[in-house]
Write a protein that binds this ligand. Structure first.
Ligand SMILES: NC(=O)c1ccc[n+]([C@@H]2O[C@H](COP(=O)([O-])OP(=O)(O)OC[C@H]3O[C@@H](n4cnc5c(N)ncnc54)[C@H](OP(=O)(O)O)[C@@H]3O)[C@@H](O)[C@H]2O)c1
Length: 321
């Protein structure tokens, strides 16, 4: 068999860079990995994407490029989130098909599930209710990405060997995360806040809400390992555990923790010795959000990196950033 040529879209992002690390760690040669920065190739530009695929002729694609952001960004720029993500996915998936790519992995998100989905969220909860309104446009784009993959499989699986898969990660953290003070997720935001409090010798750090909601976190290198694992599963095995119109696979750590527990773990990692205060007058959000990862576990994959271990690397990465 000839060498694979693997296109990792979004290779400078948190997940894309972890996928490149994982492929290299597995012994894939750097020369077999194709990348383009956003400046070199805007994936919303259909013609540019088609020209890139026609020139490079990748054999596999990891689609980890997306317009990503927190609640504030999703609420402020809903048009950007739905429009850009729909275009990126449609352009990459169609160009992959036109250029004989048989293997593609699409990265989605747990926000595809209904706001009121039963916990833990199983794959079959998809489209059983409406998503959380704050990120609905983004969620609709991600659902469309799953359905694009499935529809290409259904129409071209037999005739062209198309085998496009989707994975839905829970909340991720780790190297390459976004530590922006206003626009970051829970873990990077708290790493920054506890670090700044430590440096300033602040007596306390106040956190919104009661601290009792439970959330699930997955270290990004585990996510990359799961992505490569799912991509490499033999088709017969993958097909046994999925169905043509419900083919996406949840990727979680399997364990959820309270915000109190995650805050304490971060304070310990950072070396912040002051008080952690919870402002119960502020909103808590959903009481619990976690993924049912039993489909992936049944396929033979488990997360490996524990929260404390992952936080230690994340903090070093924050310091170096
Ligand atoms: N982070 C999480 O907690 C999390 C959780 C669940 C799912 N996911 C999913 O995982 C995937 C990757 O997320 P991430 O956290 O790695 O995001 P990220 O760090 O923001 O990386 C996204 C990458 O996509 C690139 N990109 C965006 N628009 C582009 C365009 N039009 N053309 C070319 N490149 C473009 C970005 O480049 P620029 O920065 O130069 O624009 C960036 O390198 C997304 O699909 C996301 O939904 C992430």
């Amino acid at each position: 068999m000839t060498n694979p040529k693997i296109y990792v879209a979004g290779h400078r992002g948190m997940v894309g860079s972890a996928i490149v690390r994982q492929l290299l760690a597995q012994g894939v040669a750097q020369s077999c990995i194709v990348t383009r920065t956003h400046a070199e190739l805007d994936l919303t530009n259909q013609l540019a994407v088609q020209q890139f695929f026609a020139k490079e002729k990748p054999t596999e694609v990891y689609l980890a490029a997306a317009k990503v952001g927190g609640i504030h960004a999703n609420n402020t720029y809903p048009a950007d989130f739905i429009y850009q993500n729909l275009l990126i996915q449609a352009n990459v998936i169609e160009a992959a098909f036109q250029n004989d790519v048989q293997k593609l992995l699409f990265l989605g998100s747990s926000c595809i599930y209904p706001r009121m989905a039963q916990q833990p969220m199983r794959e079959d909860a998809l489209l059983t209710g409406t998503p959380e309104p704050t990120n609905e446009p983004y969620a609709i784009a991600k659902i469309a990405g799953i359905k694009l993959c499935e529809s290409f499989n259904r129409q071209y699986g037999q005739s062209y060997g198309v085998d496009y898969r989707s994975v839905m990660p829970t909340n991720l953290y780790g190297p390459g995360d976004n530590y922006h003070p206003e626009n970051s997720h829970v873990i990077p935001a708290l790493i920054r806040r506890f670090h700044e409090a430590k440096v300033a010798n602040a007596p306390s750090v106040a956190i919104w809400g009661t601290g009792t909601p439970r959330r699930e976190f997955l270290y990004v290198d585990d996510m990359a390992a799961a992505s490569v694992y799912v991509m490499q599963l033999p088709k017969a095995v993958f097909d046994q555990h999925t169905s043509p119109m419900q083919s996406h696979i949840n990727v979680g750590s399997g364990a959820d923790v309270t915000i109190v527990e995650v805050a304490q773990a971060i304070a310990q990692t950072v070396g912040f010795k002051g008080q952690i205060e919870f402002d119960a007058t502020k909103p808590d959000g959903a009481p619990r959000k976690w993924m049912d990862s039993s489909r992936l576990n049944a396929l033979g994959w488990q997360a490996k990196v524990g929260l404390h271990e992952g936080l230690a690397v994340a903090y070093q990465n924050f310091l170096a950033a």
